[in-house]
Ligand binder design. Sequence first.
Ligand code: NAI
Length: 340
Amino acid sequence: SLRRSTTGASSAHLLRRFYSSDSAPERKVAVLGAAGGIGQPLALLMKLNPLVSKLSLYDIAATPGVAADISHINTRSEVNGYMGEDQLGKALEGCDIVIIPAGVPRKPGMTRDDLFNINAGIVKSLCTAIAKYCPHALVNMISNPVNSTVPIAAEVFKRAGMYDEKKLFGVTMLDVVRAKTFYAGKAKVPVEGVNVPVVGGHAGITILPLFSQATPQASNLSYEDIEALTKRTQDGGTEVVEAKAGKGSATLSMAYAGAIFADACLKGLNGVPDVVECTFVQSCITELPFFASKVRLGKNGVEEVLDLGPLSDYEKQGLESLKPELKSSIEKGIKFATES
Ligand code: NAI
């Protein structure tokens, strides 16, 4: 029994060493737009992640304060703040992951597409710098409209000759987070165990939650319930925009979703097996060039884009009706990037 307890203690020790931050590889993560509504809580959550060794906080204003504040937290990563375009290169150098929540958010009555004119230019200039200073980094695009900003990033990277479709991700995790929460509430199951894939894109009807594949399966939900859950997931962002009444869109839940997605990317990079999350990527699973679906993450970013799986008739209908809008948002992004 003495021997057994010794063995037990040493394997527990090994396990701890394996998972503890001092044996995790060095990883530099940058947040661009770090002083914003999403940027600040996202920076905080990334500071709490033991897989991060360097946290680089960039914005056009106010980053010194945010960085000084966050840097006092006694966790692994070293925090640095960078402000203004002449410091962008330093912020990006050596990055493994760049998270982009830079740009303007919606106000009541606006669609995500109404943000296009301002955010497209911001994303284009940030991606030009990524191509130059950290061409191998994974890019997590949060700035809206994601359906267009991801294609813009791809075009900028192609032009720079370093585009790797395995490394560009539109962050649609908040749609998944909402679908899980709303489903658990309606089905009256514990939310921690719930999984719901969300596919398509990230705006209105292009957001398609697949409740027919939700786990645990709930037998107590009617067709009307599923329809209401689908609409609520699609309009979740607008629900927050209206409640904030002019003070912006989702920031705290988005920071949570962004942090979960970046953590999944870090795990993939570190070789953790079977990391699967929904995200908007270059894709062959439909006729559209970009599409959100379940993706297996690995050491090079996208390891496998998983197909949609079996859909209910309601979901098949939703899939067909989202395609024209998603297609035109993708084309709008490509057009902007190639013509400007
Ligand atoms: P915010 O206005 O509070 O913060 C944006 C930050 O970006 C500001 O600190 C601003 O100084 C900074 N910024 C502006 N131009 C910049 C540049 N060229 N380089 C670096 N930083 C720059 O906005 P919030 O609420 O944080 O939203 C940010 C973006 O995230 C918006 O486009 C919003 O639509 C999007 N969003 C995306 C979601 C998603 O699910 N993917 C969910 C919620 C918001």
